[in-house]
Write a protein that binds this ligand. Structure first.
Ligand code: AMP
Length: 448
């Protein structure tokens, strides 16, 4: 894993630049805030994605994959012109044509686009979908914040029912639970429907106008564009002012109140512990009714922890995209990078792509010729191996096997090549067995 120190280093730090060439682009370094996932981290990420998919399937979600690139309007129209995603973080793509494209910064708007494009409106509702992969945000890299981040998302489209909100929260928590998450709480709030939101925004605007002279510049700008967002300001002075801010519950109309009450009742029914957080509004304009976030905290530290995931309802997203009618929906995204970097993460093993348990050692020309046949037998037996076709010496290959930390080595030398056998040796007990090539697939299945 890329160390956090490395992330903080300037691109042309002496450590990472090319010898005698420090002024040139550091081509041999990934772009800032983006990283390679080497073997162990790759498995950790893959294992988590697979488990998340499996759990989503248990709750009734089906897979969908959308492109990494969309028309940028999908995001500018829906996230809100004043959102961080649109103002600061979106990667715009230069193309040779006229198309205005962007690397996807988030998953919900593309899913809504796909739902409409493929006529999923005529399918039985709600349509439950899961998806995952990389997303791109040009943010300041720091601990748990990358410019290419990985998310797993779930969406329930086509229903206004509060039970869908609860199902989304429950599914996200089930994934976190299976990943080994400890010490987290679920913050929940409601923004209400359009009518409630307008009334609340009006009250907030007149409240903040009275405090405008004390607000930091960023929050003064929010007052112009989206006063709701001042509620989740990170500035200390604003946090103090926020303590006196009008209470959103007083501005909810009857149906918004009813929806939120039902969500909370369903969460209680499912045994989900939550915290009402009236400051939680989340960054995007398209949220309505329920919004939530799962926060991981370190009991030994006082400050608030990192958000592992979050989501909410977005009943007005489709109309913001220009669709002639509203399509209700609710969804959430999990921050996979933050999960695999947590000390509690169980390092789930992927089912399909497995870390090899064997190292195949070949000695001599005769063996090398036949090694590809052995690899073929092992492949058909679904047995992945490490091997180095370019090495000849036993000691070198054994040392490599040791380094790879495999429990067994398969030794295929000159004699074995002639006899049609392979030696299977346990790295732990040093005991070895001579097995006929024709029996090899059967034999390795008996090993732990
Ligand atoms: P959001 O789409 O902003 O609601 O994010 C959902 C989750 O993705 C957050 O709770 C984080 O866990 C994770 N996340 C968001 N932004 C980043 C980032 N820049 N780098 C890594 N993880 C992120």
């Amino acid at each position: 894993m890329v160390s956090q120190d490395l992330l903080k280093q300037p691109l042309l730090s002496p450590k990472n630049s090319m010898p005698n060439d420090s002024k040139k682009t550091p081509l041999f370094q990934s772009p800032r805030g983006m990283r390679d996932l080497l073997e162990a981290d790759f498995y950790a990420m893959q294992g988590l994605f697979e488990r998340a998919q499996e759990i989503a399937t248990y709750y009734g979600f089906s897979p969908i994959a959308t492109p990494l690139i969309e028309y940028e309007e999908i995001f500018t129209r829906t996230s809100g012109e004043s959102s961080d995603i649109v103002t600061k973080e979106m990667y715009h793509i230069k193309t040779k044509g006229e198309d205005k494209l962007a690397l996807r910064p988030e998953g919900t708007a593309p899913i809504m686009r796909a739902y409409i494009e493929h006529g999923m409106r005529s399918m039985p509702q709600p349509v439950l979908l899961y998806y995952g992969g990389p997303f791109f945000r040009h943010d300041k890299p720091q601990k748990g914040r990358y410019r290419q981040l990985h998310q797993f998302g779930i969406e329930a489209l086509g229903t206004q029912k509060s039970i869908a909100d609860a199902l989304i929260i429950k599914t996200i928590l089930a994934i976190l639970h299976e990943a080994g998450a400890e010490n987290f709480f679920v913050d929940v709030n409601t923004i209400g429907d359009k009518e409630s939101r307008i009334a609340y925004t009006k009250a907030l605007t007149s409240f903040y106008k009275k405090h405008a002279h004390n607000l930091p510049r960023e929050d003064q700008e929010r007052l112009e564009k989206n006063p709701l967002r001042i509620l989740d300001s990170k500035h200390e002075i604003t946090k103090e002012i926020n303590e006196q801010a009008p209470d959103n519950m007083n501005f909810l109309n009857a149906s918004s109140k009813k929806h939120f009450k039902e969500v909370l009742e369903s969460l209680e029914e499912m045994g989900v512990h939550y915290r009402l957080n009236k400051q939680l509004v989340r960054g995007l304009d398209y949220y309505s009714h329920t919004v939530f976030e799962v926060i991981n905290y370190d009991p030994s530290e006082e400050h608030e922890g990192l958000a592992l995931g979050g989501g909410g309802r977005y009943d007005y997203l489709a109309s913001a995209m220009g669709y002639p009618q509203d399509i209700p929906g609710v969804g959430a995204g999990l921050g996979m990078d933050r999960i695999i970097e947590s000390s509690w993460y169980k390092r789930l093993t992927p089912r399909l792509i497995k870390k090899p348990k064997f190292y195949l050692i070949q000695l001599g020309f005769e063996a090398k010729l036949k090694t590809l046949n052995i690899l073929e037998i092992l492949r058909k037996a679904k047995c992945p191996v490490y091997q180095t076709l370019s090495k000849d010496r036993l000691s070198v290959q054994l040392a490599l096997a040791e380094k790879m930390n495999v429990p067994y080595v398969l030794i295929f030398g000159q004699r074995e090549a002639l006899d049609g056998t392979v030696i299977v040796r346990s790295m732990k007990t040093r005991k070895q067995e001579c097995v006929r090539v024709t029996e090899l697939a059967k034999y390795i299945k008996t090993l732990k």
